[in-house]
Design a protein around this ligand. Structure first.
Ligand SMILES: [Zn+2]
Ligand SMILES: [Zn+2]
Ligand SMILES: [Zn+2]
Length: 138
């Protein structure tokens, strides 16, 4: 729990018991999770409390949102020095059509994309769909 506490404190987020537990859960998952996934795991907690916890994490660069095209917003833990900045921290995501899971490909940064004049990018969400490492093994 100490390391988790430091992660929150380094992002100026007060390490409450709830926040620590949610962060621990997110780190254990290794795949992106939805609010519903979190809710199922913490079945004694209010959805709004969990949602607020996620929002606090998001606002402070602890997690980022992923829209993987499934219609459900997912969340994954950011890298240590992530500022969720365009051309620096944003990476590819991979959605597996077989197991339906979404993972961060943090090594694969989204590089600069030349847009037509007059267009200003505020957010990029690149999701590759296919078959993941686990599902392609046989
Ligand atoms: Zn981030
Ligand atoms: Zn898969
Ligand atoms: Zn990601």
């Amino acid at each position: 729990m100490d390391k988790l506490k430091k992660t929150l404190e380094s992002r100026t987020v007060r390490p409450t018991a709830m926040r620590l537990l949610v962060l621990k859960f997110l780190l254990q998952k290794k795949v992106a999770v939805s609010l519903t996934n979190i809710e199922e795991y913490f079945d004694n907690s209010e959805r709004t409390t969990l949602y607020r916890t996620l929002k606090t994490f998001e606002e402070n660069g602890i997690v980022h949102q992923i829209d993987d095209g499934t219609g459900t917003t997912k969340y994954a833990v950011c890298e240590e020095n992530c500022n969720c900045e365009l051309e620096q921290d944003l990476h590819l995501h991979f959605h597996c059509n077989t197991c339906d899971e979404t993972v961060c490909l943090t090594e694969y940064k989204i590089s600069h994309i030349n847009l037509p004049e007059g267009y200003l990018a505020e957010n990029v969400n690149l999701v590759i769909k296919g078959i993941c490492e686990k599902c392609s093994e046989h």
